[in-house]
Design a protein around this ligand. Structure first.
Ligand SMILES: Nc1ncnc2c1ncn2[C@@H]1O[C@H](COP(=O)(O)OP(=O)(O)O)[C@@H](O)[C@H]1O
Ligand SMILES: [Mg+2]
Length: 259
């Protein structure tokens, strides 16, 4: 892992293939991507295109066949990245606060400090009153907030989010999206957010990268400059979503014709 510009993540020429029954399946093809410090970057693309694989490579959970990930070392007491998944993955035998403190057990700090940071993260996501609840006593949206608090508690330089709101109902999803925009403004975290929902990407991100094809590659990049709060599905947002859809559709057709 080299060192890119301070706080930046740089993916260079990432290609990756998985061994399968019919030999290697290529999943990513020559992905180049720079994520600026403090940026909110969304990656959109259809299921199976390699979105989660990119996050796994950045998190060090998968190794590319070629290419590199450059990322500065985290500040002391912080983590480079933390991940939020579609399902909250809470431990049912731990209370809310102990679930959040769990992620801090790998960082060496006294128990009191772990609980202080966990409580602070829970307050940040609006769950300050529910610290002593058990996971089964929470709604789906609340569980996802706990997962977000657990990821924030380690004070990651970059938050990696893999379709974190996809399993929620539309109303809860919209409130968590707005909550995330607020959190981002409050914490200044770099966020890499993966979704198959174009409208969600346009609502949240500073920049939307479109991944398409098999193997997946970056086919378009759209910068979203509209200030927050953004309108949903109207005016400029609708036009931008349409442009992104067009870059995706064009690609699917091209690839369809080629195979
Ligand atoms: N560990 C693995 N072994 C074999 N194939 C995998 C593995 N992980 C993912 N894949 C395959 O790689 C492709 C991309 O997967 P993924 O990154 O999860 O896509 P996405 O998140 O965009 O839906 C899929 O075809 C998937 O089946
Ligand atoms: Mg995925």
């Amino acid at each position: 892992m080299g060192v890119a510009m301070e706080g930046m993540i740089r993916l260079k020429g990432l290609s990756l293939a998985f061994p399968g029954v019919q030999g290697l399946t290529r999943v990513l093809d020559n992905v180049d991507l720079d994520i600026a410090p403090g940026e909110f970057l969304a990656i959109v693309g259809p299921s199976g295109v390699g979105k989660s694989t990119i996050l796994r490579v950045i998190a060090g959970l998968a190794r590319p066949n070629t290419g590199t990930v450059e990322m500065a070392a985290p500040a002391p007491g912080r983590r480079a990245v933390s991940l939020v998944f579609q399902d909250a993955r809470l431990l049912p035998w731990r209370t809310v606060i102990d679930n959040v403190a769990f992620g801090l057990e790998k960082l060496s700090m006294p128990r009191a400090e772990r609980r202080r940071r966990a409580a602070e993260a829970l307050t940040l996501v609006g769950l300050g009153d529910l610290v002593d609840r058990w996971p089964h006593q929470l709604s789906g949206g609340q569980r996802q907030r706990v997962a977000l608090a657990r990821a924030l508690a380690v004070e990651p330089e970059t938050l990696l989010m893999d379709e974190p709101f996809s399993a929620l109902d539309a109303i809860t999803r919209e409130s968590l999206q707005d909550e995330l925009i607020r959190l981002r403004a409050a914490t200044g975290r770099t966020i890499l957010f993966v979704t198959h929902d174009i409208d969600e990407a346009v609502h949240l991100a500073d920049r939307v990268v479109v991944l398409a094809g098999s193997p997946g590659r970056i086919v378009a990049t759209h910068r979203i400059t509209e200030a927050h709060p953004r309108s949903r599905g109207q005016g400029r947002a609708a036009d931008q979503a349409k442009a992104i859809r067009a870059s995706l559709d064009g690609e699917v057709l091209i690839n369809g014709a080629a195979t």
